[in-house]
Design a protein around this ligand. Structure first.
Ligand code: NDP
Length: 670
């Protein structure tokens, strides 16, 4: 006989706990009884769960998961929202659950939740999730004003039937009766509030499209003034309590959210690959996990946020309090949707703020998954809310008097508009904007490493990375050798279906963006640059439906060409020659942007001398585009204001209060 695996054993103990709860009720529920039922020693139950309260919580957590497994599966099937809605309700009224021990245990769960905060939270999360799923389906079926009411009604009916099944022991639940009843009610409501034909794509919603296939992934409702006002109100209410919650407790909730993201990595990474066109081999390794890493990092920081003490002599002292700002807004770009949402929300929440987050209209889906992870981790309602829409919705946030700060990731032009809008209410702004960064390869560099760096600095995420080193300055002495290696390795890259694990470069974000990238390639040729490789759209087989462009390298570039001066945000590298260190530093700095820079050299002193001279916020020596969460991240000059990540981020999500404490009588001259 094999040894029981820990998860297996845990599941067995929870099963015994559930049976015990259902049979003997909460009053007689003991760890010893659970041990007896599972035929193990009481010490083992203590080992797995600590104490009785924790065992109860774990049992109910598992029960919630159990009763929601089937409904969640129902939501995943098919693309007819009405059929999914019906399947969801049916799965909630699954006879084997309703008539089993589960409904009795469920009743004790509701009873206990009245008094135990941890269970109350679990119950609230469960109900919220049910209603939010109902809302989601209903949005595609009925007019906006009816969504909330119908979702709440269906939720209440489902809960009611569960309680009835548990209470009336003589009642043999004939599931057909509640099902017919609920469906009749749904029918009536749907008939009265159904969306007119074709209205799903009307002005108050937008479609998000898979750029690799052209398929519509989802229709998203646009939040307007009323929704934003409501969200700000909810956030402000929740934030008051959150600000008073100890940092350690805030950290624990954030840690759970990070864990949930890690557990859900595969599903979210797939969704992100579909929404952005990036290859799954990237999204599964970087996008979600780097977001989780940020949440975990700031979870740890939450309990360390503190002020300073000032000794002001025997008669007084002073101290500072580092306080949250209140309700803050995050506005994201489309290239790293979930990572950006995490980079902004993690420090915001760790510092005690509430955050409204607006993802880019082109990539609205993964932020919803982040919202779910926070909610399932027990983050109080209202503290992280996704607001959906286009620039107009973003503007509602930047101009809102109830919002204290805006953190934007986007283009330089958008940054200027956001700053101007924020000025009316004197909001603090953090701006993570575009770049046209330099990567310098000196003559002593390891060329294979430098080529790796240049490839990563230009073709990762199909070149849609803000920090990309798109101006690659190569010392004239090693230019030919560098180009030979670069050409061979660029041409060996696999462009293809983002969901194929072998694909190294997927689609660009949209057809419109692809057109922009192709027009820059044409302009490069017109202005006299030489195409070393690439330059074409990829249209083989199914790729013809998507926005695919070959990894492209230009040589013989000059500093005044458009491809060298402007951010293309696509897989287009410009290689430039240089001879002298001072010359290359001056040319690298000759731009209004200053996001990032990288150098390849084995000369230690030159490395640090050149880095010190480069006007860029984020720099690399002998690598490129690595952004560990511990290091502050951001741009100089027009590439941005403020910093994300690292301890530095705390400054941007808090404000200082200075307190003077008198220890002696006032020496009043009046
Ligand atoms: P945009 O500036 O077009 O959009 C960024 C976000 O701002 C979107 O959510 C957008 O909404 C919203 N927005 C647009 N106009 C306004 C406005 N007037 N007021 C408030 N919100 C507004 O950037 P992209 O999404 O095109 O992203 C690409 C850019 O982001 C590149 O320049 C890139 O360099 C930069 N970037 C910078 C990073 C950094 O950390 N420095 C990292 C990643 C990207 P909607 O999309 O719905 O219109």
């Amino acid at each position: 006989m094999g040894r029981k695996e820990p998860e297996d054993r845990r599941g067995q103990l929870l099963q015994a706990a559930l049976a015990s709860l259902a049979e003997t009720g909460i009053e007689n529920f003991t760890m010893a009884e659970v041990a007896r039922r599972a035929a193990v020693s009481p010490a083992l139950v203590v080992h797995y769960f600590g104490d009785r309260d924790k065992l109860i919580e774990a049992t109910f957590r598992q029960l919630v998961e159990r009763v929601t497994t089937l409904p969640m599966r129902a939501l995943a099937g098919g693309d007819d929202p009405e059929a999914r809605l019906r399947a969801f309700v049916l799965a909630h009224l699954n006879p084997s659950e309703l008539s089993s021990e589960a409904s009795r245990a469920w009743l004790s769960f509701w009873g206990l939740a009245l008094y135990a905060p941890a269970l109350a939270r679990l119950q609230r999360v469960h109900q919220e999730r049910m209603v939010s799923n109902l809302r989601h389906e209903l949005r595609a079926l009925v007019v906006p004003g009816a969504v909330e009411r119908i979702a709440e009604t269906i939720g209440a009916l489902i809960d009611g039937f569960w309680l009835r099944a548990a209470l009336a022991s003589a009642w043999k639940p004939d599931v057909q009766i509640p099902v017919d009843w609920i469906f009749a009610a749904i029918e009536r409501d749907l008939a009265a509030a159904r969306l007119p034909e074709g209205a799903a794509a009307a002005a108050d919603s937008f479609e998000t499209i898979n750029p690799a296939t052209g398929e519509v992934l989802a229709v998203i409702r646009i939040d307007g003034q009323a929704e934003v006002d409501k969200a700000v109100g909810r956030a402000a209410e929740a934030q008051k309590l959150w600000a008073r919650t100890p940092g350690a407790e805030r950290g624990r909730i954030l840690n759970r959210a990070a864990q949930l993201l890690v557990e859900r990595n595969e599903g979210i990474a797939r969704l992100e690959a579909q929404d952005t066109g990036k290859p799954i081999q990237e999204t599964i390794a970087v996008d979600v996990l780097s977001g989780a890493d940020a949440i975990e990092y700031f979870a740890g920081i939450a309990r360390t946020i503190s002020g300073e003490h000032f000794d002001l002599g025997p008669g007084a002292f002073g101290y500072t309090r580092r306080e949250p700002l209140g309700v803050v807004a995050g506005i994201g770009a489309w290239n790293y949707p979930i990572q950006i949402a995490c980079w902004k929300s993690a420090p915001a929440l760790a510092c005690g703020n509430a955050m409204l987050f607006k993802p880019a209209e082109l990539t609205p889906l993964s932020a919803i998954e982040l919202e779910k992870a926070y909610r399932d981790a027990g983050l109080p309602d209202g503290l992280f809310q996704v607001v959906q829409g286009k620039a107009d919705t973003g503007r509602l946030l930047t101009r809102h008097p109830g919002i204290a700060k805006v953190s934007l990731t986007g283009e330089v032009g958008t940054g200027k508009k956001v700053m101007a809008d924020a000025a009316a209410t004197l909001k603090v702004v953090t701006l993570e904007l575009g770049g046209k960064s330099a990567l310098i390869v000196f003559e002593d560099a390891n060329l294979d490493e430098a080529v790796s760096g240049a490839l990563l600095a230009n073709f990762y995420s199909a070149g849609e990375v803000c920090t990309n080193g798109t101006r690659v300055f190569v010392h004239r002495k090693v230019r030919d050798a560098f180009l030979a290696k670069l050409k061979a390795r660029t041409e060996a890259m696999v462009v293809g279906d983002p969901l194929d694990p072998a694909t190294q470069m997927g689609a660009l974000i949209s057809q419109a963006h692809m057109e922009k990238v192709l027009s820059y390639i044409a302009l490069g040729q017109q202005q006299g640059a030489t195409l070393l490789t690439g330059g074409q759209r990829v249209t083989e087989g199914a790729l013809a439906k998507g926005a695919f462009v070959q990894p492209t390298v230009f040589t013989d570039c000059t500093d005044d060409m458009a491809i060298v001066r402007e951010e293309i945000f696509g897989p287009v590298m410009s290689v430039l020659d240089f001879e002298d260190e001072a010359e290359v530093v001056a040319r690298a700095n000759a731009t209004e942007l200053g996001l990032a820079a990288g150098i390849f050299t084995n000369d230690l002193t030159r490395a640090h001398r050149v880095i010190a001279a480069l006007e860029a916020g984020t720099c690399w020596i002998n690598t490129y585009n690595i952004t560990p969460i511990e290091l502050p991240f951001g741009g100089n000059k027009q590439s941005g204001l403020g910093r994300e990540n690292g301890k530095a981020a705390i400054e941007y999500f808090t404000q200082l209060k200075s307190v003077y404490v008198a220890m002696e009588p006032i020496d009043a001259p009046y």
